[in-house]
Each structure stands twice: as C-alpha cells, then as structure tokens.
Design a binder for this molecule. Sequence first.
Ligand SMILES: NC(=O)c1ccc[n+]([C@@H]2O[C@H](COP(=O)([O-])OP(=O)(O)OC[C@H]3O[C@@H](n4cnc5c(N)ncnc54)[C@H](OP(=O)(O)O)[C@@H]3O)[C@@H](O)[C@H]2O)c1
Length: 310
Amino acid sequence: MASNEPEPTFSSPYTTTSHNSITPPENSRRWWSKDTVAIVTGANKGIGYALVKRLARLELTVILTARDRERGLKAVESLADLGLHVHFFCLDVSDPASIKGFASWFQEKFGGLDILVNNAAVSFNDIHENSVEHAETVIKTNFYGSKLLTETLLPFFRRSASITISIRLTANHICLEMQKLKNPTIKETLLNEENLFEEQIEGVINLFLENVKSGTWKSQGWPELWTDYAVSKLALNAYSKVLAKRYEGRSLSVNCFCPGFTQTSMTHGKGTHTADDAADLGARLALLPPEQLPTGKFYLGSSQGVYSKL
Ligand SMILES: NC(=O)c1ccc[n+]([C@@H]2O[C@H](COP(=O)([O-])OP(=O)(O)OC[C@H]3O[C@@H](n4cnc5c(N)ncnc54)[C@H](OP(=O)(O)O)[C@@H]3O)[C@@H](O)[C@H]2O)c1
C-alpha cells in the first residue's frame, strides 16, 4: 500500500489505533473460499484456538496445530461439537524435526498455503515476575520456531498473509517495547531498517543469551519486564520487517498483530478482553482482500489507554 493512501477503517469491540486499522468484515469483499488454506500454530487453547474457530466459521480450510497430541485432539473435538471441522497436526515449533514432518505432511495433503498465523509462544513468568531461567526455551520457541516454520513453508504460499502474532515494534509506530529497550546500540540496530538483516537480529539474540549466561543481563538495557519474552518478540517483529522487505512487490505479505492484553493462560486469565475478541481482530487482518493487504505493518489491538505488559 502506498504510504499516502488512507489506511482502511477499523472497527472493533474493544480497541482503537490511529496508525494501522482493519476493515470490518461487513465492508470486506469475501475473497476466500473453502479452498483457502490457513495454518494456526499453538492452537489448542487461547487466541490460537479462538482464531481457528473464527476462520473455520468463515468456512476456510483450517489446520489446527498443537505441540501436544492429546490437547490438540481435544481442541479439534470441541470444535466438532460446535459443528466445525478442522484438520489437525501435532507440531512443536521449537523442534526442527517436527517442523520438517509437518511440512512434508502439508505438502502432500494440501500443497498450497494462503494464511500462516505464527501464534505459538511461551512465557514462564507470572505477570509481575521477571526470571530469565528459561530464556533459551523462550527464544527457541517464540523467535527461532516461528522463523524456521515460516521459512520452511515459504515455497507453499499461494498469496497473501503471513501474520506473526506479536508485541509491538516498528520505527513508524508508537512502540512501547522499543521504549523499554534502553541499550542505544541494540535499539539502533533493530530500528535501522535499511541495514537490518537476519544476521543483525541473530546477533542481538546471541548477545542477550550471552548476557543471561554471564548474569549481566539486568545492567545491559534490555526491557525490564518479561525480558526474555520481550526480546524474543522484538526479534520476531524485526524479522517480519526483514521478510516483508524481501518479498516487497511479490504476492506475500508479512504483518505483525498485537492482540492486546488478552485473557488467556499466558496472562493467568487477566486481560481487558477475551481470546474470541482478539481472534476476531486477527481474522479481520488475515482476511483483508489481497489487494488491500499491506506488508511490513504492525497492527495493535488493545483497550484504549490500557497497555498490556506483554
Ligand atoms: N494474552 C495476551 O495478553 C497476549 C498479548 C500479546 C501477545 N500475545 C501473543 O499471542 C499469542 C497467543 O498467546 P495466548 O495468550 O493465547 O497464550 P496461551 O493461551 O498460553 O497459548 C499459547 C499456545 O502456544 C502453544 N505452544 C507453546 N509452545 C509451543 C511449541 N513449542 N510448539 C507449538 N505450540 C506451542 C501452547 O501450547 P500448550 O498448551 O501445549 O502449552 C498454547 O497452545 C502468543 O504469541 C503470545 O505471545 C498474547
């Protein structure tokens, strides 16, 4: 989308943002069909599950993936009880072998992909805690897992959206997490979009993990809340920018979406709105008509004036 074009208007049950906005579904052309294929990771519960439900209700072909077979199948069954049929595959995004197995299955069964929602993520902290004990797992799952899955599935994309559910970043938009990042060198690296490549992002990640190992992370200007999670999402957002730039002018769009402070197990049930509310917004973004779908954008959903700490 050219920068001087107006953004599509936005309507939501709970949120507003003046920068990026999403067209309400009633104003959207219904371009998709049952042949439109969507994958959602980490979809046995929370926002991922709600997104699968929403997309299945809109009659897309949806693949619900979950790292635990039993939890995944339980989710599939509960959707079946609502009259919704979805496909299932057991996918652990932190395990490259699992991603490989999923890609082979997907290629054989579906071949073409329209929408990927990188939703799976972990955090091991309660709302006000900030341990980095599990930093490696957090980075491996939230950043490297989403990145490897996206890269593995790139050959299968027919058109449109690869959405990364994430927290906020970008040079153009108000950026709470970047404000929390106090280290000027790291900040400059991530904000310098012209010279931002995967190597720079991985360098930032490696530096963080080294700081964790040496016990110096508290004094190095990393975000002060949910530090490992925030770093993983900053890196993922930066990677989305890199990917969007790489595919500019081609048929693949890469956008980020922050669902806002949502009541799920990650927030121990706290939040300003439900997973269904968040999924409604996520689905609107995923289902923007291909010709309206921007790339390299960051969409924010949150209660006005209330910020998620995530
Ligand atoms: N809730 C919020 O306020 C909020 C705010 C901003 C962003 N987000 C983002 O929104 C997304 C969904 O979060 P949520 O709030 O719905 O959290 P959630 O209820 O905890 O769901 C997270 C999902 O990810 C799955 N998962 C974790 N590790 C995985 C792995 N290695 N492979 C595959 N799946 C894995 C979990 O599976 P298990 O059930 O097996 O653990 C679960 O299904 C996340 O990316 C999160 O960072 C959430």
